[in-house]
Write a protein that binds this ligand. Structure first.
Ligand SMILES: [Ca+2]
Ligand SMILES: [Ca+2]
Ligand SMILES: [Ca+2]
Length: 550
């Protein structure tokens, strides 16, 4: 049979017809220096900083592009106008280590970054941005089948005027386009008009899921995004450290239904008189904010720091937390969190909020806000206090179940248990990740605890990403001490210590049975430290985990 296909191809060529294009996988590896450089396999991947552009040039609808870690430039001739143009029907998967068979085999995001880098001369370290790309990603004509998944998008600089070259340095969405962006980290993009990470205008409706937008310098309007006469969907995204005159993170101008769901908006700054360090919206339109945590944003020249709504009546905030946002002069009252013309429901607003219903005002008791862990503490007023009818998604910001009942907390929200919490992070009933990992040879060791913690039940600790075949110290205790140790933080009081060795692949599994005599609400804490020559003081540490018996 093997001779049939070549004969068929020959016949088609004789007839002047090309064989039908099939769905291909095109491989790209910036760091490869051997092979055919034709994209046909990992070993013959398109090479060098232009490798992704080479792949995009030949990709057609139905193709996937697999991109290994490394740096990819929009232009290798210094052309600031060049960008990566998404294509319909083409999914571009980044951040492979190289050699994997599918996108699900990629290592955890952040460990093998594929970087789309607009720093064409490689001199951003010396604060030289004038030669950087205007836009990293362009989306002309795209629909939701144009997909980008797993990239760092950095160092765009939309610094010119005209042709939209003053906006959307990370991604430019002009007209009726709706690309799908997942697992991407937009970092340190800059523009002069607005929307350093992204600009979306008339009719567009892109979606961003599990993305971060950090350290954008947005000029006049929107340090991360400017969405004008359009809509966007943000699900489980982080907006952090962005700055603009108006709309430190998000500018929503005449929006047509932007949805911000299960997002964290933290440490953004608005420097102008219109404020809205977290979100600014105005010029009518509509938008919804659901289950967001909007904290520690600062408006340096306006009272309304968290959200400023400039006269948009069709705008509601549900199941969210507005806390620690600071207006001009240092104010942190309710008006500094959100201005009084906004309708807010089943949310926590520092200082209290009257327009709407179901709102509370106490400290949300975040687990570790300084390290971006916004899990509500055991006594937080946000637990089981949200409105289930405004829940549109199954997972919270951390990727855990969105609606979890905490048995010891009285349900004060709306709907039938399990009731959603306020904020981006749902308090889980048994196990809560406290963060606090200290990186070693294999990045941050990850501790996952599973099991019901019911009397006599089987439970387990599973450690991954730690040093191979190394001594592990398992700490367990009844209280959280947060004691400095070996450059990290020991989270549990070390009431119990056990020594074990990790496997050659850097994992450790420890099953255990829970005692039969401990009461409901009993708390325990866990963390594993590993001898690791790649850590700053020869020990890496996992995240801490808290368990609470149901
Ligand atoms: Ca540069
Ligand atoms: Ca809940
Ligand atoms: Ca409850």
């Amino acid at each position: 049979m093997s001779h049939v296909l070549p004969r068929l191809s020959l016949l088609l060529i004789v007839l002047g017809l090309a064989p039908l294009a099939s769905a291909d996988t095109i491989f790209v590896d910036a760091q490869l220096a051997t092979g055919l450089n034709d994209g046909s396999s990992w070993s013959d991947a398109f090479q060098g900083s232009n490798g992704l552009q080479d792949a995009l040039a030949v990709a057609t609808s139905g193709d996937d592009i697999f991109v290994a870690d490394g740096e990819y430039l929009p232009s290798n001739t210094g052309d600031r106008s060049a960008s990566f143009a998404l294509k319909n029907g083409v999914t571009i998967y980044g951040s492979f280590a190289g050699g994997e068979t599918g996108p699900d085999d990629r290592p955890p995001f952040g460990t093998a970054d594929s970087v789309l880098n607009g720093d064409l001369a490689g001199d951003d370290g010396a604060l030289q941005f004038s030669e950087n790309s205007f836009h990293l990603i362009t989306t002309s004509g795209t629909n939701s089948t144009a997909v980008l998944d797993g990239f760092v998008v950095t160092s765009g600089n939309a610094s010119a005027s005209g042709a939209n070259r003053d906006r959307g340095a990370g991604i430019l969405c002009i007209g009726n386009v709706s690309p799908t962006i997942r697992h991407c980290r937009f970092i340190a993009n800059r523009c002069v008009f607005g929307g350093a990470a992204g600009y979306v205008n008339n009719g567009g409706s892109p979606s961003f899921t599990d993305c971060t937008f950090e350290d954008g310098v947005g000029g006049s309007f929107g340090g991360a995004f400017d969405i004008a006469g359009a809509r966007a969907t943000f699900l489980r995204c982080l907006f952090r450290g962005n700055t603009a005159a108006r709309g430190g993170a998000l500018e929503l101008f005449a929006n047509t239904g932007t949805e911000v769901d299960s997002c964290v908006i933290v440490d953004n700054t608005a420097t102008g008189g219109s404020g809205g360090a977290g979100i600014w919206l105005g010029s009518s339109g509509s938008a919804r904010v659901r289950n967001c945590t909007i904290v520690s944003n600062t408006a340096t020249n306006q009272a309304n720091a968290g959200i400023r709504n400039q006269g948009v009546s069709n705008f509601q905030v549900y199941n969210s937390i507005l806390w620690d946002n600071t207006g001009v002069g240092g104010g942190q009252g309710a008006g500094n969190q959100v201005n009084a013309s906004t309708s807010v429901f089943n949310s926590l607003v520092q200082g209290g909020f009257a327009r709407g219903s179901g709102n509370v005002s106490g400290d949300p008791l975040f687990a570790d806000a300084a390290n971006l862990n916004f899990t509500p503490g055991a006594a937080s007023p946000v637990i089981d206090a949200g409105d289930n009818t405004e829940v549109l998604t199954a997972l919270d910001y951390m990727g855990n179940p969105r609606q979890v009942d905490v048995p010891g907390v009285v349900d004060t929200g709306i709907g039938t248990a399990p009731l959603v919490d306020m904020g981006a992070v749902e308090r889980q009933s048994v196990w809560v990740d406290l963060g606090g990992a200290l990186a070693g040879t294999n990045g941050n060791p990850s501790l996952t605890m599973t099991g019901p913690l019911t009397p006599g039940s089987p439970n387990a600790a599973a450690l991954s990403n730690t040093a191979a075949s190394a001594l592990c110290v398992i700490f367990a205790g009844f209280t959280q001490v947060n004691m400095p140790l070996q450059g990290g933080v020991l989270i549990p009081e070390p009431d119990f210590i056990r020594f074990m060795f990790s496997s050659p692949s850097g994992t450790l599994n420890l099953p255990f049975n829970w005692p039969t005599n401990l009461p409901s609400g009993f708390e325990s804490y866990y963390q594993i430290w590993t001898e690791d020559a790649g850590a700053i003081a020869d020990y890496s540490a996992s995240n801490g985990v808290q368990g609470t018996t149901p």
